[in-house]
Design a protein around this ligand. Structure first.
Ligand code: GLY
Length: 429
C-alpha cells in the first residue's frame, strides 16, 4: 500500500515506522528527515489542507492517516473523502464534537449517558467566576477549544481556579480556545487512557495505557502535551476495558452517528478509575494519544497489519475478526515511553533550540529500545539538534514494567543535549 501519514511528531513517527516494517510505501507530510527511516517526506505542512489534498489528488495514496487534531477539526478528512481518497481520521464535525469543543463533547457525553462529572459551560467571565466561587474545590477549569493538551487545569484552591480562568478568558493564552470554558467537578482516582479504532459504528479497542501530563517528577509543574506513558496501564483489568468499550466508547460513537457525524478514526478516551472500579470520562480526543500511542504500538505483534485495519475503518467496514483475534494482536510485554524535552518545556524559548544531541545510536543498540523523533533535525547534514519542546521519545519493552523502566532509563542515560529535561518517574504513580 502507498500510505501518507500527516504530521511530524513522535506519534506520526511510530505510525510511519510500523507501516514501513510491514513493507508498505510510506510518505509523511511533512515528516522529518533521517531518523524517520524508510519514510519519504512530502514538503507540505499538516495544517495546509489544500496542500495535502492537492498532493493526495496527484499521487493517489491507498490510505491517508491523519495524526494531529488541528487538520481534522479544520476539515482535512472531509476534503480527502470528497476526492474519494480513503482516510483514517474523523470529519471536521466529528472531530469538533469529540475534541474541538470540550463543551459540545461534554453535552454529547451527557446525551449518550456516558459517565462523566457534572459540568457547566461559560462564555461570560463573571458568570464563570461566580461558578468557581460557589463550588467546592478541587475543581477543573478547561478552555473549551483546542489547546494542545495544555488548557485543562485541576485546581486545588479557588485562587488557582480564578488564575486558570484568567489565563483562558482574560490573558487569552490559548487564543480563541479560551472564549468558552468548561468548569467541572473534580474526579478522584488514577487515570487511564483508552483508544479505539473506529469505522463510524463499531470499534476495536487498543490495549490500555497511561500518561504523565505534568512537566516534572511527582506531577509537579505545568501541564504538557505528555512527558511519558506506559502500556498496559497499571491496575486496569479486562473487565474495565469491556466497561470502557460498552459504556463509554460505543455509546459515544452511537451519539455521534445520531448527530450526523459518524466517527472514523481513533477515538481516545481520557478516563478515571473511581474507587469502586467504575470508569468516568474526563475527555475525548479525535486522534491517537501522544505519547500513549508510542507505548501501545511498541506492543503490536509484528505480524499484524495495522494499515489493513485502518483501511477497513476508512472504508467503513471494520472486520469483526479483529475482535476475536484481540489477544493475538498484542505482545504480552510492558512498554514504556520517556519524552526528552527542551529546557523549560512547556514554555518555549527559541534560544534553547539548536543544541547538539548525542547518543541516539548508542541508545538504539540496547535490546528492546527504540527512539522516536518528535522535534529534531540534522544541522548541516551532520549534527542532530533540537527544534521544539518535545524532542525525542525513548521507548522500551520488557517482561515487566520494572524491567522496561530499567531499560528505558539506561537508554535515556546514553542521550544528551544541553538543557535536556525529562521525568525520572515515568511508570511510577
Ligand atoms: N496524552 C494525551 C493526549 O494525547 O491528548
Amino acid at each position: 500500500m502507498k500510505i501518507l501519514v500527516v504530521g511530524s511528531g513522535a506519534r506520526e513517527h511510530i505510525l510511519c515506522d510500523t507501516f514501513v516494517k510491514l513493507g508498505h510505501q510510506v510518505l509523511a507530510a511533512p515528516g522529518r528527515e533521517s531518523l524517520w527511516q524508510g519514510v519519504d517526506s512530502v514538503s507540505v505542512q499538516a495544517i495546509d489542507i489544500p496542500g495535502v489534498t492537492n498532493w493526495a489528488k496527484a499521487n493517489r495514496p491507498n490510505l491517508v492517516v491523519v495524526g494531529p487534531e488541528n487538520p481534522l477539526v479544520d476539515g482535512l478528512a472531509d476534503r480527502l473523502r470528497q476526492e474519494k481518497i480513503p482516510v483514517f481520521g474523523p470529519s471536521a464535525r466529528a472531530a469538533f464534537l469529540s475534541e474541538g469543543s470540550k463543551a459540545e463533547s461534554k453535552s454529547l457525553m451527557r446525551a449518550a449517558k456516558v459517565p462523566t462529572s457534572a459540568f457547566r459551560v461559560y462564555s461570560d467571565y463573571d458568570a464563570a467566576k461566580a461558578c468557581i466561587m460557589s463550588n467546592p474545590v478541587p475543581i477543573v477549569v478547561k478552555a473549551s477549544g483546542l489547546a494542545a493538551g495544555k488548557g485543562a487545569y485541576v485546581c486545588k484552591t479557588r485562587e488557582e481556579a480564578l488564575e486558570a480562568l484568567d489565563q483562558a478568558m482574560v490573558k487569552k493564552v490559548y487564543g480563541k480556545a479560551g472564549d468558552q470554558v468548561v468548569i467541572e467537578q473534580f474526579v478522584a482516582g488514577p487515570e487511564v487512557s483508552v483508544m479505539a479504532i473506529c469505522d463510524g459504528e463499531t470499534c476495536l479497542m487498543l490495549p490500555s495505557s497511561r500518561d504523565h501530563k505534568q512537566a516534572f517528577d511527582g506531577n509537579q509543574g505545568k501541564m504538557t502535551g505528555g512527558m511519558g506513558a506506559v502500556s498496559p496501564a497499571p491496575g486496569v483489568t479486562p473487565e474495565m476495558m469491556e466497561q470502557a468499550k460498552d459504556r463509554i466508547i460505543l455509546p459515544f460513537l452511537a451519539e455521534l452517528k445520531k448527530a450526523g457525524a459518524p466517527f472514523v478514526g481513533c477515538l481516545y478516551g481520557g478516563l478515571k478509575i473511581s474507587p469502586s472500579g467504575l470508569l468516568m470520562t474526563l475527555e475525548f480526543n479525535c486522534r491517537f494519544g501522544d505519547p500513549e500511542v508510542l507505548a501501545v504500538l511498541r506492543r503490536l505483534a509484528p505480524s499484524v497489519d495495522l494499515a489493513q485495519l485502518l483501511l477497513q475503518c476508512a472504508n467503513g467496514r471494520l472486520d469483526p475478526i479483529w475482535e476475536t483475534r484481540q489477544s493475538g494482536l498484542w505482545l504480552p510485554e510492558c512498554a514504556i515511553d520517556v519524552v526528552l524535552a527542551t529546557k523549560g518545556y512547556p514554555d518555549q524559548d527559541k534560544a534553547d533550540y539548536g543544541k547538539v544531541i548525542s547518543g541516539i545510536g548508542e541508545a538504539h543498540r540496547i535490546p528492546g529500545v527504540a527512539v522516536f523523533d518528535a522535534g529534531s533535525k540534522l544541522a548541516e547534514n551532520t549534527t542532530r539538534v533540537n527544534t521544539s519542546g518535545r524532542v525525542l521519545n525513548v521507548t522500551a519493552i520488557g517482561p515487566t514494567l520494572e524491567k522496561a523502566r530499567e531499560t528505558v532509563y539506561r537508554a535515556v542515560g546514553c542521550i544528551n543535549f544541553q538543557g535536556m529535561q525529562f521525568r525520572t518517574d515515568i511508570g511510577l504513580w
